[in-house]
Design a protein around this ligand. Structure first.
Ligand code: ATP
Ligand code: MG
Length: 685
């Protein structure tokens, strides 16, 4: 019986509420507990339990941190249901259709209610880069980039805007507290943001922040809030510590009394304050739903061995502020986590590759191991080493695939066909054509914007000089896509055919890029419609790489490389953490305030608590930097991260690598000369 596998606190959380006439009536519930204590597991059990007890899976709203986490949750729910009710239950759990990220769910609801809130349901979504591009166009149009010297960059402008929106804070306060060096431009920024909002509206595009903002606005209207709230009997949220104020206010609007609301989280793992997430949401939950709120804490960790947990607890114990208690575990082991000193990043890469292969010899698959790092570029030398040794890997976080120009071009074509008012997409697309530059593109988009049916207007325009045939092909591709006759996913094939000659012309490595586009088509065929594909892909891109080796097939064995942020909620038997040195963690970019440093400490805690049986923190003594030191050397000497001071060394096994081999022995090995060719020939004689 599935409930018997749970401990008493977990079970309390799973069974919380009363069953009346077949429906489950539950007051607000907060599960607050440390890493690996089974929060996600408990949430999955709760969903399954509700379904088993008769809740309609289509009336359950389940929001988790990432799409990967949501898929994992749906898988677990299905498995538990199947255990209990047999195959029929699996089908029911499949119907758990409202599960995803806050942004993804927001996008779906906004399409449903678009007309009621004066939004065109055909809206497209801008990712961060598109948003920055649009911000830049306007910054330029307003002349700020010319008249104001050292005016904030497009990225900074977007960060300021986003911060103000997500934290529901007035611009002057955001500037004062977070971006003081930009405060002199308050007036200009205000104008820029007003124009940015107008541009988005006239082009019918929403950015990430809008998905939450419009959602929050929409449920600010009591009638709509009630309507949406009443569509869901249960609303469950994982990783609640990473929600921001807007998300909390959305939940409050949907479930004002907290009926059917369950949130789980861990304040020690709050690592998204740069996106305005606030741990206050968790801490204020009891007060927001007083006196009805129920709180369950979990204190047994099921993931890690005792020595790993002890080390992680020791690291987080030095935090200046935290609320969840230390965890305990019954998983004994004699192996302490290792603190491995290596000479530099190249050696770090060799160390990890060697160990990963050793572990595989001992029976662990590659998938049971992961390499984590603070910043995406930290894995560069390791990626090269793995490729050299033919060790397949997949990288999470810092996507290569969807950021590449050719993939973005294709997506722009689909997006522009979907929504011809999307200027960023159109601007990008037209300039692919030979003879079309920024000003022609701008002018064309202006003319299109004035017309009620922009694509027909485009078709009626004369082709710009020097682009005749290409222009015609472009227009007919758009017209064809617009009709939707080809159907999905054949449409993406149409766009690819149109794009192929341009790809040949623009890129030397056209063949590799073509392979990427085929892969994109493959990914696309998994979605029901163009609109769904674009929405999901912009919101939460699937993990893929565009290296020559191609992406390993899903059933193949591969090593996971991940930023700590993207490793959230996951676990591996063995974990390697790269560059555990000051400057990398805490990052040089995040040592301004105590709050920033504390967040970096929590990041290390998140990384360490991903490990089940083995944890290696690697400390290169020198690492490469983009700057140069006074000797013109691009290496700087590094010291062990400040989060592992001398007092914590007792929790680790300190070692250096390569072990035992003296320099002399290494030098000797290099002296040996053998004639491999002769040996090979000898094998056949
Ligand atoms: P994180 O804070 O990292 O998100 P979590 O609290 O969500 O962690 P889970 O991922 O749900 O923790 O669980 C951690 C591990 O412990 C999983 O492998 C899970 O299967 C296991 N686990 C959880 N509860 C139990 C239990 N009652 N009995 C046995 N194993 C359990
Ligand atoms: Mg979890």
């Amino acid at each position: 019986m599935y409930l018997e596998k749970l401990n008493p606190q977990q079970r309390m959380a799973v069974e919380h509420g009363t069953l009346i006439d077949g429906s489950h009536i539950a007051g607000p519930l907060l599960v607050i507990a440390g890493a690996g204590s089974g929060k996600t597991n408990t949430l999955a059990h709760r969903v399954a339990h509700l379904i088993v007890k008769g809740a309609d899976p289509r009336r359950i709203l389940l929001m988790t941190f990432s799409r990967r986490a949501a898929a994992e949750m749906a898988r677990r729910v299905e498995r538990i249901c199947r255990d209990v009710l047999g195959s029929n239950a699996g089908v029911m759990a499949d119907a758990l259709s409202w599960s995803g990220t806050f942004h993804g769910i927001g996008a779906r609801l906004l399409r449903d209610y678009a007309e009621q809130i004066g939004l065109d349901p055909g809206f497209t979504i801008h990712d961060r880069e598109d948003s920055a591009d649009l911000m830049n166009l306007i910054r330029h149009d307003l002349g700020f980039s010319k008249t104001e010297s050292r005016f904030p960059t497009k990225g900074t402008c977007l960060a300021i805007y986003s911060r103000a929106v997500n934290s529901e804070t007035a611009l002057d306060l955001v500037l004062r507290d977070v971006f003081p060096w930009c405060a002199t431009w308050e007036k200009q920024l205000r104008e820029l943001f007003a124009c940015y909002v107008e541009a988005k509206q006239s082009q019918n595009v929403l950015d990430y922040d809008d998905l939450l903002l419009y959602w929050a606005q929409m449920v600010g209207e009591a009638m709509i809030a009630e309507d949406i709230g009443s569509r869901f009997d249960h609303v469950l949220v994982d990783e609640y510590q990473d929600t921001n104020r807007l998300q909390a206010s959305i939940l409050l609007a949907l479930k004002p009394q907290g009926q059917g609301l369950t949130v789980v989280g861990d304040d020690a793992q709050s690592i998204y304050s740069f996106r305005a997430a606030t741990v206050r949401n968790i801490l204020d939950f009891p007060a927001a739903f007083s006196p009805a709120a129920n709180i369950v804490t979990l204190d047994r960790n099921y993931r890690s061995t005792q020595p790993i947990l002890a080390a992680a607890n020791a690291v987080i114990d030095l935090a200046s502020e935290r609320f969840t208690k230390n965890l305990w575990t019954e998983r004994q082991s004699a192996d302490r986590p290792r603190l491995v000193t290596v000479r530099d990043e190249a050696e770090q890469a060799r160390y990890v590759a060697d160990m990963v292969l050793d572990n595989r010899e001992e029976g662990l698959t590659l998938k049971q191991q992961a390499v984590l790092f603070r910043a995406s570029h930290h894995s560069g030398p390791l990626e090269v080493e793995l490729t050299r040794r033919n060790i397949p890997f997949v990288k999470f976080g810092g996507l290569k695939f969807l950021d590449s120009a050719h993939v973005k071009d294709m997506l722009a074509a689909l997006r522009f066909a979907q929504n011809p008012r999307d200027r960023v997409a159109g601007f990008r697309l037209m300039q692919i054509l030979p003879g079309v530059g920024p000003s022609t593109a701008q002018k064309t988009l202006d003319l299109m914007a004035e017309d009620a049916s922009p694509i027909s207007a485009l078709a009626a325009m004369p082709a710009p000089p020097r682009s005749g045939e290409d222009w015609t092909m472009f227009v007919s591709m758009l017209q064809e896509l617009k009709t939707g006759k080809a159907g999905w996913p054949a449409e993406i094939g149409l766009a690819r055919q149109w794009y192929a000659p341009h790809l040949e012309r623009l890129h030397e490595d056209a063949a590799t890029r073509q392979a990427d586009l085929l892969q994109l088509e493959q990914i696309a065929s998994g979605y029901a419609s163009r609109e769904r594909f674009l929405t999901e892909l912009t919101l939460d891109p699937p993990d893929a790489t565009s290296d020559q080796a191609g992406v390993p097939l899903l059933d193949e064995d591969y090593l996971i490389l991940s930023t700590i942020h993207s490793a959230k909620g996951q676990e591996w038997t063995r974990v390697f953490m790269l560059n555990v040195v000051d400057g990398c963690i805490p990052s040089d970019l995040a040592v301004g305030t105590t709050a920033e440093i504390e967040e970096e400490r929590r990041l290390l805690y998140v990384a360490m608590t991903r490990a089940r049986d083995g944890l290696d923190l690697v400390v290169p003594q020198r690492f490469f930097t983009y700057g140069q030191n006074s000797q013109g050397d691009r290496h700087v000497y590094a010291s062990r991260s400040r989060f592992i001071p001398a007092t914590l060394l007792q929790f680790f096994e300190a070692c250096s690598w390569p072990q035992g081999k003296s320099e002399a022995a290494q030098a000797q090995a290099r002296q040996v000369r053998i004639d491999v060719g002769a040996r090979m020939r000898g094998m056949w004689r």
